[in-house]
Structures are given as C-alpha cells and as structure tokens.
Design a protein around this ligand. Structure first.
Ligand SMILES: [Ca+2]
Ligand SMILES: [Ca+2]
Ligand SMILES: [Ca+2]
Ligand SMILES: [Ca+2]
Length: 222
C-alpha cells in the first residue's frame, strides 16, 4: 500500500470512529407523550395524569391534549396546555379533585377524565398532531387515533409509559409499555453508547498516525 492510499484509509478510519463515538441516539421530534395514567384503582378523580417529555425551556402554550373515544371518534376531554417544559424535560398534566391533586410532580392542573381503552390521547398544535397514543383492542368500526398499532390497555392502577421518553418510532405497541407503578415526572431515556477503551485507543492511534504523516509532509514541504 503506498503512502497516499494509507493516508486515505487513516482519514476514513478516523472519520468512521469519530462518527461512531459522537453518534447521537435515535432522535425523535419533541415534545412527546411519555406516560398516560387514565385508570387508577377506584376513582380516577385527582389521580390521573398525562406526562409530556420535551426540550427544557420550550413553551407548551397553545398546544392541546385531546381524548378520542374509540367507540365513535368523539373528541374529549380537551385540555389547553400552558407552561414551559422544566429543566428535566418532564412536564406533568395532573387531574384535579376539587382544588387539589394526588399526582406527584404536577406542572399543570386541569380537570379531565380519559377513558379506559380502546381510546386514544392526542397531543396537538392547532390541527397538527405532534404525537398520539391509542390503547386497547380496537374492534371493526372503532376509531383508532394513535400511531402504528395500539398499545396495551393498562389495567387499573397501572400506567402506559414510553419505554424511552425520547424515542418515538410512531408505533404505539412498540414504544409503550405497561408500568405497574406509574412514574409522574420521571422518565427513562435512551442509553448513550459508551465508547469502549479499545475503540478509544484505536481512535487515538489513528489520529496520532494522521498527525505524524501530516508532520512528515510538512517537513518535506518546508
Ligand atoms: Ca378507575
Ligand atoms: Ca377531576
Ligand atoms: Ca409519535
Ligand atoms: Ca413517567
């Protein structure tokens, strides 16, 4: 292999390793519905919530959360969102029972009651759907307003949560899991791949090699 070819291989190797090391996790457009809790054991009043994951500091003003009845497509409840995504990225819309809620980490209080499935909850910006989750078994003629195929219908006391709050494949069945213990205000994010020491070493050597060849060229041309 002549010097020119070797140099090309070295540059490509550095580029590939850098790409791998800096590779961001699968990006999904935010905000996303990260958890819904619509069926507490017994009364849902003051217990149910919808959790949204978004970019810290971004405003939710003007967005709405809407329920879509699986039986006939009727829309409701409609919750007008206001507020800003907090530093941890997790915003909790909590149901009121009178003047209070039992939901931890609530960021916005409202009065709503989403139905047990088959139903859907949609996050909208005007008429534009930003994200949606449909849950339960939809029969022929029923209205699914979620994405891909429906998530499971969480049993009473359990919630439906996005496996990773920042991962949206637009398939509810793949993206959502049933959580036996709801976690308002807390999310799991995609794991960030840690570069192995072997790869770091290889990257260092490759960069060193490029530097040496560069210096050799400089010496030759000066
Ligand atoms: Ca209930
Ligand atoms: Ca209520
Ligand atoms: Ca989505
Ligand atoms: Ca959560």
């Amino acid at each position: 292999m002549n010097r020119k070819v070797r140099r090309g291989v070295g540059v490509r190797m550095v580029a590939c390793l850098a790409l791998w090391l800096g590779l961001p996790s699968t990006a999904s457009a935010l905000p996303l519905i990260s958890e819904v809790f619509y069926d507490a054991v017994g009364s849902d009043n003051g217990q149910s919530f919808v959790e949204i994951y978004g970019t810290a500091g971004s405003s939710l003003d003007g967005l709405t959360l809407e329920g879509v009845n699986g039986a006939n497509g009727a829309v409701g409840p409609v919750i007008a969102l206001t507020g800003v995504i907090p530093t941890d990225g997790v915003f909790v819309v909590a149901d009121l029972n009178g003047a209070t809620t039992s939901v931890a980490n609530a960021d916005l209080l409202a009065n709503f009651d989403f139905q047990n499935g088959p139903d859907s909850i949609v996050l909208l910006d005007g008429a534009t759907v930003l994200d949606a989750v449909g849950y339960g078994v939809f029969g022929a003629g029923e209205v699914f307003a979620g994405e891909g195929s429906a998530a499971a219908d969480a049993p009473a006391g359990s919630s439906l949560a996005r496996l990773f709050a920042d991962l949206d494949s637009d398939d509810n069945a793949a993206d959502f899991i049933v959580l036996a213990t709801p976690t308002p205000g807390e999310v799991e994010l995609q794991p960030v791949p840690e570069p192995s020491s072997g790869l770091l070493g290889a990257l260092g050597l490759a960069m060193l090699g490029s530097r040496r060849r560069f210096n050799r060229r400089r010496r030759r041309t000066h």
